[in-house]
Ligand binder design. Structure first.
Ligand SMILES: NC(=O)c1ccc[n+]([C@@H]2O[C@H](COP(=O)([O-])OP(=O)(O)OC[C@H]3O[C@@H](n4cnc5c(N)ncnc54)[C@H](OP(=O)(O)O)[C@@H]3O)[C@@H](O)[C@H]2O)c1
Length: 333
């Protein structure tokens, strides 16, 4: 090898040694081309296994549907970690894995699931209003659900049979709600948001929780899109459920912990609410012995609303560029 070739090799080695590592999950397809151009080495990793020893010194970790054992292992062994980009909108798995939050920045995938969760929620609301779930029950018994077809009363008071004119309250008015709300108003619904900060957001009135007392009794469908956190634990309590009219539906696509499930079960069994469409539960999978499976007017969806992050590469690249430039990150917790 000539002296100049040796120098070149050494420089390459040095450059490689100085490069930081970003680990990306193989649990979804990531177009790594759009992550090229940063002074960062890109390495795939398996989210079901411990991080391989040669990658343990990585500075950046992207997570998606990682096994709890993988995350706990990463939290204890990845001493150089500076940033975790979760592709989940609510990264409760990462937050519960024991990472040192004082030195590791954690950013969420909020925004990547807006379209899919909004679409799923619309489906659940239409299922509730048009009673497809009940038709399917009849079909599976080989019976004709005659009462659900033919001439029907239109918009009878005290019913939730259409989105037209329905009062829909969205509790947790963030990125997903901002996608969902215009679709609901396009079908004629009146949408009110509930969040921590109040005001008009994307053209929708957003109020604080202290207005629930007045809003819940007028609600035809309550859509919960709250994150899982100490502050949202049991937010939909027995007292608040009791404020809903008998025909009102509860749809939860946020986190199961935001609903008092025992109180919800009781409300369904008593018929003090119209029904519930739940995509999320405090324990997932919902245990076999859960009484919710057999609750009347309960539509169960197995955490199926999101699950397909869209535009992950753009978010990773955006935050990576900002991190390397020492700027504030998007979706930082
Ligand atoms: N089912 C699924 O497959 C699926 C998929 C994606 C996400 N999710 C869940 O949906 C959640 C929301 O996602 P997103 O992207 O819309 O999040 P986001 O943009 O962060 O919005 C969260 C909303 O919740 C409100 N909020 C937070 N804590 C609250 C509290 N203690 N009381 C009242 N309101 C509170 C926020 O209020 P402010 O605006 O006033 O801050 C904000 O409006 C995620 O955290 C995740 O758990 C579920």
């Amino acid at each position: 090898m000539s002296p100049s070739q040796r120098l070149k090799t050494l420089s390459n080695h040095l450059q490689r040694a100085l490069k930081m590592k970003l680990l990306y999950p193989t649990s979804l397809h990531i177009d790594t081309k759009s992550l090229e151009g940063f002074s960062v080495e890109l390495h795939p990793y398996d989210v079901t296994l411990p991080i391989p020893e040669p990658l343990i010194d990585a500075e950046f970790l992207v997570t998606w549907s990682n096994k709890a054992t993988n995350l706990r292992d990463a939290a204890s062994r990845m001493k150089n970690l500076r940033w975790i980009q979760s592709l989940a909108a609510g990264p409760n798995d990462v937050l519960g894995a024991g990472f040192d939050a004082s030195r590791i920045a954690i950013t969420t995938g909020s925004g990547l699931h807006d379209e899919t969760v909004a679409e799923h929620t619309l489906g659940l609301l239409l299922n509730a209003a048009r009673r497809f779930y009940e038709m399917r029950d009849y079909q599976s018994r080989g019976e004709w659900p005659g009462h659900l077809g033919g001439a029907q009363p239109d918009r009878a008071p005290g019913t939730f049979r259409t989105l037209k004119g329905a009062n829909i309250t969205i509790w947790g008015f963030g990125n997903i709600a901002k996608n969902l709300a215009p679709v609901l108003t396009a079908l004629g619904a009146n949408v009110t948001g509930v969040a921590r900060s109040t005001g008009v957001r994307n053209g929708f009135e957003v109020v604080a929780e202290d207005r629930l007392q007045e809003i819940l009794p007028k609600t035809d469908a309550l859509v919960m899109i709250l994150p899982g956190s100490a502050s949202t634990n049991g937010a939909l309590s027995a007292e608040r459920l009791a404020l809903l009219p008998n025909h009102a539906w509860v749809v939860n696509v946020g986190r199961g912990t935001s609903v008092d499930e025992d109180a919800l079960l009781e409300a369904l069994e008593k018929g003090s609410i119209g029904g519930a469409a739940l995509d999320v539960f405090s324990a997932e999978p919902l245990p076999k012995e859960s009484k919710l499976y057999a609750a009347p007017n309960l539509i169960l969806s197995p955490h199926a609303a999101g699950g397909r992050p869209r535009g992950a590469e753009a978010l990773i690249a955006y935050n990576l560029r900002r991190l390397l430039a020492g700027q504030e990150l998007k979706n930082i917790i």
